[in-house]
Ligand binder design. Structure first.
Ligand code: PXL
Length: 293
C-alpha cells in the first residue's frame, strides 16, 4: 500500500457553486494548511441557500456507491469532517462512513449543524436531531453553537447562559462521546460588540474561553470557516487554545477584509484575500483558562 506524505481528510459537506460555504470553504482552508482534502459531496447547489431560486441535486442516493469505491481502493484518512447534512439518511451514511474508516490516530470532527439563535433551521426534523445525537457520539471534536448544544441535550435554549451552566453543558456533551467540545456564538452582546467561544478538553479537564469580535453583518459560512481552521490547526499539532485563537483571529481578519467593501454579504467572506494568514506565524491573542480540575 502507498503511504501518503501529507495528512488526508475526508470532508463530507455540500458543494455550493456560489457563496462561500461548506466545501468551498473547507477545501481552500484545509489545503492551505497542508492537508489533502477528499470531498464527499452530499449535494450540489447552484448557490448557497441564502440566494432565492437556487437549484440543487441531492447526492444521497450516490453517496454509498462513492464510499464503496473508496473502500475498494483501501483509502485511509487521518481526519473525517462532516458539516451541514440534509436528511436523516445522510446522517446515517456519515455514521456508517465513520464506522468503516475510523482508526486510532485520527481526528473525527462533526459540526452538528441544526440551527441558530434559539431556533432549528426549517429543514431540520426531530428525527434529524435524534440522529445527530448518535453521530456526535462517534466524534472526537464537535463544534455546536449554543442553540445546537441545547438541542443535542434536550435543554431549553437561553440566550444569556451563566458560565457555571455553560461548563455543565460542555461536560454533558463530552460525556456523550467527543473528547473536545467547542461551543460557539455564546452570550452574544450587541452592546459590548462581542461574543465568546468556550471549549472543554476531557483529556486534561480544562475549559477555555476566547472572546471574539461581534460580526456586524451576517456572512454565511463563518461556522464552516471556524471549524475548518480549528480542524486544520489540531491536525497540524496545535494545542486546543492555540487552535481556537487562530480560528477566531482568522475570522476577525476575514470579516475586516470584507466589511469595508460594497459587497453582498450572502456571497460570504473574502476568503481568497486572507488565506495566506493561515501560514503566518502564530501570535497569541486572547484565550483564557477558565477551569482546571
Ligand atoms: O454551513 C453553511 C451552509 C452550508 N450549506 C449550504 C448553505 C449554508 C449557509 O447558508 O446554504 C447549502
Amino acid at each position: 500500500m502507498f503511504r501518503h506524505p501529507t495528512k488526508r481528510i475526508a470532508a463530507i459537506h455540500d458543494l455550493s457553486g456560489f457563496g462561500r460555504v461548506s466545501l468551498t470553504v473547507a477545501i481552500p482552508i484545509l489545503s492551505s494548511m497542508g492537508l489533502q482534502v477528499c470531498p464527499l459531496p452530499t449535494a450540489v447547489l447552484s448557490s448557497n441557500t441564502e440566494f432565492s431560486g437556487f437549484c440543487f441535486v441531492d447526492l444521497t442516493a450516490n453517496m454509498r456507491a462513492m464510499i464503496d469505491h473508496w473502500k475498494s481502493m483501501n483509502l485511509t484518512f487521518d481526519g473525517i469532517y462532516s458539516g451541514f447534512l440534509g436528511s436523516h439518511l445522510q446522517i446515517e451514511i456519515v455514521k456508517e462512513f465513520i464506522d468503516h474508516f475510523k482508526n486510532p490516530n485520527q481526528l473525527i470532527v462533526v459540526d452538528p449543524v441544526l440551527g441558530d439563535d434559539g431556533k432549528l433551521y426549517d429543514s431540520m426534523t426531530p428525527d434529524m436531531v435524534s440522529e445527530m445525537k448518535t453521530l456526535i457520539s462517534r466524534a472526537d471534536l464537535i463544534t455546536p453553537n449554543l442553540t445546537e448544544a441545547c438541542a443535542l441535550l434536550d435543554m431549553k435554549y437561553t440566550e444569556k447562559m451563566p458560565e457555571s451552566e455553560l461548563k455543565k453543558v460542555l461536560k454533558a456533551l463530552s460525556e456523550k462521546g467527543p473528547g473536545i467540545v467547542i461551543i460557539t456564538n455564546v452570550n452574544k452582546s450587541d452592546r459590548k460588540k462581542q461574543t465568546f467561544v468556550y471549549a472543554y478538553n476531557r483529556a486534561d479537564r480544562r475549559i477555555w474561553k476566547v472572546q471574539c469580535d461581534y460580526i456586524p453583518a451576517h456572512y454565511p459560512g463563518t461556522g464552516d470557516t471556524f471549524t475548518s481552521v480549528v480542524t486544520g490547526c489540531l491536525m497540524q499539532g496545535d494545542s486546543l487554545p492555540v487552535a481556537l485563537d487562530r480560528a477566531v483571529q482568522f475570522i476577525s481578519i476575514a470579516v475586516r477584509a470584507t466589511y469595508g467593501h460594497t459587497h453582498d454579504p450572502r456571497a460570504g467572506i473574502f476568503l481568497e484575500k486572507v488565506l495566506p494568514n493561515l501560514s503566518a506565524p502564530f501570535r497569541p491573542g486572547c484565550f483564557e483558562l477558565l477551569e482546571q480540575e
